[in-house]
Design a protein around this ligand. Structure first.
Ligand code: MTE
Ligand code: MO
Length: 402
C-alpha cells in the first residue's frame, strides 16, 4: 500500500509555502457545532490542509470536520487536526541542516541528520490514534475553559519511522537515567514562557513501541503535524506526541518542567471524574486513552424511514488497547445490540463497525458504546474535571423515524 520510497521523505526542502496566519485566505463557509458559539468558520487557509474547522488562528487550532471519519479508518493528512501551544513555529524546515540532538545522561551525545535516521535505523510502522486530551471539551457541562473542540481533535494514521529505543541505544543510556524529555522546534512568543516539552519514563520511552515518525499515511508529515519528525506514543494522549522533534534529553532526575509537572493533570479518580469545586483530590499526569465510539453516517436530527432497515456505521477505538466490541442501543441503554466490526488495523487504530436497525415511528435516541480488550466500557455519563480531559461518555444521536 505504501509505495513512497525512503528518499521521498527527504526530497522536499520545505513543506511547501508559508503558513498563513493573516486571516485573509479563507472563504466564507461555516460549520455548526452543538454548543455555543455554535457557528465556526471552515478555513482553507493553512498549508497542506483542506477545509478545517477554525478554532484559533495563532497558534493554529484546526479541527477535523466530523464527516471525514465516515470515509474510512485512516484520517487523511490534509484533514488531520492541528494543535500547537505556542505561536513561534518554523514555516520552513531545511532538511539538509536539520539535526535531532540526543543529550544528557548518555555515553555519547548525538546530532543525527534526517538521512542518518531514515537510512541508518530499522524502519517500523504502526497504526495509531492521535487524540488531544481535550477532544470533545466543548461538550463539558458545566463549561470549562480551553479549546472548545467538538469530536474532531482526533485522527488515525499509519505512522512510519524508527523506534525511540534504537536512537537511545545509539547514544547509550547511562545507569541511573529515569526519564526522556522531548522538545520540538516551536517556541513561545515571550522568552519567559515555558517551552513546550514532555517527558516519558525511561522504561516507556524504550518499550519499542514509542517511535519517532517521519511519515504518516505513506507521505511526509504535514508541517503543521510536525514535519520532519514527531514522537508517536501509542495509546497515550497526544500531549506526549511531540512535533518537530529536535531535542531528546535523557534525565537522571524527575522532570520539573512546567509541561510535565504542572500541566495536563487529571484527578486521580476513575475516569478522571470529579465534582465542580471538589477539593482534596490528588492530581496526576494524564496518560492512557480510554475507549470511545461514534456514529459517523447519521447526523443528529436526521429523519429515517420507520419500519425500514437502516444501516448504521461508525468508528471506535479502544484507547490503550484494541476494540473488543461495539454495541448499539435504541432504548436509552436498557438493552444493547451487537455490531459487526471491520478490518483490524492494529490495537491502537480506529476500527469501523456497522449494524442494521429498524426504527419504529417517533423519536429515536441511538446510543453507541465500545468495550475495549481490557474490559473497559464507556460510561453512560460524561466525566467532569476543570480541564475537560478524557471525555468518553456514551454518544447519543437523536433521530426521527417517520
Ligand atoms: N512541539 C510540539 N508538539 C506538540 C504540541 C506542541 O504544542 N508543540 N502539542 C501537543 C498536543 S497537546 C497535541 S493535541 C498534539 C496535536 O498533534 P497534531 O497537531 O499533529 O494533531 O501535538 C502535541 N505535540
Ligand atoms: Mo492536546
Amino acid at each position: 500500500m505504501t509505495r513512497t520510497t525512503r528518499r521521498s521523505f527527504l526530497g522536499k526542502a520545505s513543506a511547501g509555502g508559508l503558513m498563513v496566519v493573516s486571516g485573509s485566505a479563507w472563504g466564507q463557509a461555516t460549520v455548526e457545532l452543538p454548543f455555543a458559539p455554535s457557528e465556526r468558520a471552515l478555513t482553507k487557509g493553512f498549508p497542506q490542509k483542506g477545509p478545517m474547522i477554525l478554532q484559533r488562528t495563532r497558534p493554529p487550532l484546526l479541527e477535523t470536520p466530523f464527516e471525514v471519519f465516515d470515509r474510512g479508518v485512516f484520517t487523511p493528512n490534509d484533514s488531520f487536526y492541528v494543535r500547537w501551544h505556542w505561536a513561534v513555529i518554523p514555516t520552513e524546515i531545511d532538511v539538509g541542516t536539520f539535526r535531532l540532538s540526543v543529550r544528557g545522561h548518555v555515553d555519547k551525545e548525538l546530532s543525527l541528520t534526517l538521512k542518518e535516521i531514515v537510512d541508518g535505523l530499522p524502519r517500523v510502522e504502526l497504526v495509531a490514534v492521535n487524540q488531544c486530551s481535550g477532544n470533545s471539551r466543548g461538550f463539558t457541562e458545566p463549561r470549562v475553559p480551553g479549546a472548545q473542540w467538538a469530536n474532531g481533535a482526533m485522527g488515525n494514521a499509519k505512522w512510519m519511522g524508527v523506534r525511540l529505543r534504537d536512537v537511545l541505544d545509539r547514544a547509550g543510556v547511562k545507569a541511573g537515567a529515569t526519564a526522556v524529555r522531548l522538545a520540538g522546534l516551536d517556541d513561545p512568543v515571550v522568552p519567559e514562557a515555558p517551552k513546550f516539552m514532555k517527558s516519558l519514563a525511561l522504561d516507556h520511552a524504550s518499550d519499542g513501541e514509542v517511535m519517532i515518525a517521519y511519515a504518516m499515511n505513506g507521505e511526509q508529515l504535514p508541517l503543521l503535524n510536525g514535519f520532519p519528525l514527531r514522537l508517536v506514543v501509542p495509546g497515550w494522549y497526544s500531549t506526549y506526541w511531540v512535533k518537530m522533534l529536535a531535542h531528546i534529553e535523557v534525565l537522571a532526575a524527575p522532570d520539573e518542567n512546567f509541561w510535565t509537572r504542572n500541566a495536563y493533570l487529571i484527578p486521580d479518580t476513575p475516569g478522571a471524574d470529579m465534582k465542580p469545586g471538589q477539593t482534596g483530590l490528588t492530581m496526576v499526569p494524564i496518560t492512557r486513552m480510554v475507549p470511545r465510539s461514534f456514529v459517523t453516517n447519521l447526523k443528529d436530527g436526521a429523519t429515517l424511514k420507520a419500519g425500514t432497515k437502516t444501516l448504521v456505521r461508525g468508528i471506535a477505538f479502544g484507547g490503550d488497547t484494541g476494540v473488543k466490541s461495539v454495541e448499539l442501543s435504541v432504548d436509552g441503554g436498557m438493552s444493547w445490540l451487537p455490531t459487526v466490526l471491520g478490518r483490524d488495523e492494529g490495537k491502537y487504530s480506529f476500527r469501523q463497525w456497522q449494524a442494521e436497525v429498524t426504527p419504529s415511528a417517533g423519536n429515536v435516541a441511538l446510543m453507541v458504546r465500545c468495550t475495549n480488550d481490557g474490559g473497559l466500557v464507556q460510561p453512560m455519563a460524561n466525566n467532569w474535571n476543570p480541564s475537560g480531559f478524557m471525555h468518553n461518555g456514551i454518544e447519543t444521536v437523536h433521530l426521527k423515524a417517520a
